[in-house]
Design a binder for this molecule. Structure first.
Ligand SMILES: *Cc1c(COP(=O)(O)O)cnc(C)c1O
Length: 460
């Protein structure tokens, strides 16, 4: 079976962990469109962003020219606690599928937060500390980002205020306790602690919340509290930059094995793990050095790429954040309370949106029960209990491998296994009990929310 001597797991040496992040925007001919001031519709300046974000992170957000950015030593040291993450050859899955395809996955779930989010959380906390701030505010959906950030903040001695989407707060009490154990305060969103929360509750009593609502609340608190800034766990260019560590490690490991992937697959919520995983490969594609099929996988219940519109939109429900040009379902879109927790965001990274718009990557959407079927199969043969979000990528990796079985092609597939699913047992329970449903929004629902996009003339 291991005729080609590829090991089950490939770990890099500590000395091979990247010391620079890669900024794919530097190699893009069509740069992602700039963030716009929601009042003037002019590109946001660093000065305008400074009440909301940390200064160094703003510089990274606006940097479209430097391909490589040094990872500060303190962050490199922290990375060494839980990185490199393994690149695993899915021999058992290949066997179960009886496919000639070769499947690899990069596993980011080997840290207490249970996902890739720690890669950016530690960077953002570091820059907040370096700026002399007291603390940061944020939102969390499924809870992974809040957990990662609370770990990072406790490491650097920063206060951490988390607004957690209400449905998750109720479904995942243990996530909440992990955050509190690391010293964070956790408030279910929408809440009565902010003006925007009160307004949303008045308009939608009984709402289970959304990431868009929670972002509005966290931004309000950051901008009204001395010594605080807001941090975000996905969507932004700076987050994709930090997550490039995933792709850089993957590429180094594959190069060492002498393997060139044909297909690279990742789940897409706001786009950070996928953006990070594909960065160095996309860089080669943009520079004309190599070609890869790259597939973003999103839930059919929140299909930003596949059914959204490429347009300027608010990043939050309260419409206080800058406007970003992205594939969006409209900032008022509140997805059904299903289990694709970390993928329930109305928009998408503007970098990935531009790459998708330019035909450099593909996107597909999958239904929840199919996702859990793949998760179950994967757990049984590969031993890791995957997060529901990650299982979207597993679903499509399995489907591509099954296509290879039909055609006899020996394609090499790499996918991102972003995290573990231990806190998602309510969802697994529904699946095991045969009670899982697939809610897919109707065309009318989407048209209604997309019709409310702001009108922006792009003549800046
Ligand atoms: C947050 C999360 C995602 C989705 O977020 P992206 O920014 O799109 O990567 C996927 N998987 C896990 C485990 C997550 O925690």
């Amino acid at each position: 079976m291991k005729e080609n001597k590829i090991p089950y797991k490939t770990y890099l040496d500590e000395s091979e962990i990247p010391t620079q992040w890669y900024n794919v925007r530097a190699d893009m001919k069509n740069k992602p469109a700039p963030l716009l001031n929601p009042a003037t519709h002019k590109p946001m300046t660093a000065e305008e962003l400074s009440p909301v974000f940390c200064d160094e992170l703003i510089a990274q957000e606006l940097n479209v020219t430097d391909a490589f950015i040094d990872i500060p030593e303190e962050i490199q040291d922290f990375y060494k606690m839980y990185r490199p993450s393994p690149l695993i050859r899915a021999y058992f899955l290949e066997k179960a599928l009886d496919t000639p395809a070769k499947i690899y996955y990069k596993f980011e779930g080997n840290n207490t937060s249970g996902s890739h989010k720690l890669n950016s959380a530690i960077a953002q906390a570091y820059y907040a500390k370096k700026q002399g701030l007291k603390g940061v505010t944020t939102e969390t959906g499924a809870g992974q980002w809040g957990t990662a950030l609370s770990m990072a903040c406790s490491y650097f001695g920063l206060d951490c205020k988390v607004y957690m989407v209400k449905v998750s707060y109720e479904q995942k009490p243990f996530r909440r306790e992990v955050m509190r154990t690391y010293g964070a305060s956790v408030t279910p969103s929408p809440s009565m602690t902010t003006e925007i929360g009160k307004k949303i509750l008045a308009e939608h009593p009984g709402t289970t919340g959304s990431l868009g609502c929670a972002i509005s609340e966290a931004v309000e608190v950051a901008t009204h509290t001395e010594g605080y800034r807001y941090v975000l766990g996905s969507v932004l260019n700076q987050v994709l930059l930090h997550q490039s560590i995933i792709g850089l490690e993957t590429k180094t490991a594959l190069d060492k094995l002498g393997v060139k992937p044909d297909i690279i697959i990742g789940c897409a919520g706001g786009g950070s793990n996928l953006g990070g995983l594909i960065s160095p490969f996309m860089g080669e594609k943009l520079r004309g050095e190599a070609d890869y099929r790259i597939i973003a996988v999103e839930p059919a219940s929140c299909p930003s790429f596949t059914r959204g519109k490429f347009a300027y939109d608010f990043c939050d429900t309260g419409m206080v954040c800058p406007l970003a040009k992205m594939y969006t379902l409209g900032s008022g879109f509140i997805p059904s309370a299903n289990h694709a927790g970390g993928l329930r965001y109305h928009g998408m990274s503007s970098t990935l949106s531009q790459l998708y718009h330019d035909g450099l990557m593909e996107a597909t959407s999958v239904e929840q029960t199919e996702v859990f079927k793949a998760a179950e199969q994967f757990a049984r043969v590969e031993g890791i209990l995957p997060a529901p979000e990650s299982s979207h990528a597993i679903r499509v990796a399995v489907d591509e491998a099954l296509k290879c079985k039909e055609t006899g092609e020996e394609k090499t597939i790499v996918f991102g296994l972003t995290g573990t699913g231990y806190f998602d047992m309510v969802a697994y329970e529904k699946f095991n009990d045969g009670e899982m449903t697939d809610y897919i929004p109707t065309d009318e629902e989407l048209a209604e929310s997309i019709s409310k996009l702001p009108v922006v003339e792009e003549n800046f």
